[in-house]
Ligand binder design. Sequence first.
Ligand code: IMP
Ligand code: MG
Length: 187
Amino acid sequence: MREQLSNYVERVLYTPEQIQARVKELGAQITKDYQESRADFLLVGILKGASVFMADLMKEIDLDVEIDFMSVSSYGSSTVSSGDVRIIKDLDQHIMGKDILIVEDIIDTGYTLDYLKKNLLSRGAHSVKVAAILNKAERRVTEVEVDYVGFDIPDEYVIGYGMDFNQKLRNLPYIGTLNPVYYRDKQ
Ligand code: IMP
Ligand code: MG
């Protein structure tokens, strides 16, 4: 028998309504900030975690944007982030001269984001900024600026709204903490 999703959740952190309200605010701010730029505007969603946030955020940006996706992973152990980031799926297009907004689910150590920012800037992007629905500032190892943050959270493992536990639970419509029963398998 399959487990119901709610059995995996210890505590609801953000309801769908709270998330939608915050994403609306982020979209409005981004619309304002990018209105004056003449460069092409490209949203780069980082698969798979940011897929849900990306779908919501793009609908709240009232500007003519293009979208693309990248998939990256860290070398070594799958749960402990390392500085070595590898591109699994690259962008479909050149980004020379474009305004790039990286759309991420959560910034943890900052390794992934630091790599992505440097990588995209090195391809000649006009600008590279970042939007993340969650930010775990306490966990930061690499200093990296996050331009648009949905919610700042403490160091707790979260699931839902695109974020996974062992590749599952991404379809949970809210953001919650993982039931401690499952912690043992986490790392
Ligand atoms: P980092 O900032 O390079 O350490 O890695 C960030 C990535 O790790 C995120 O994009 C997520 O995919 C994943 N991640 C970090 N913390 C969590 C969490 O609490 N739940 C689910 N995924 C997480
Ligand atoms: Mg991710």
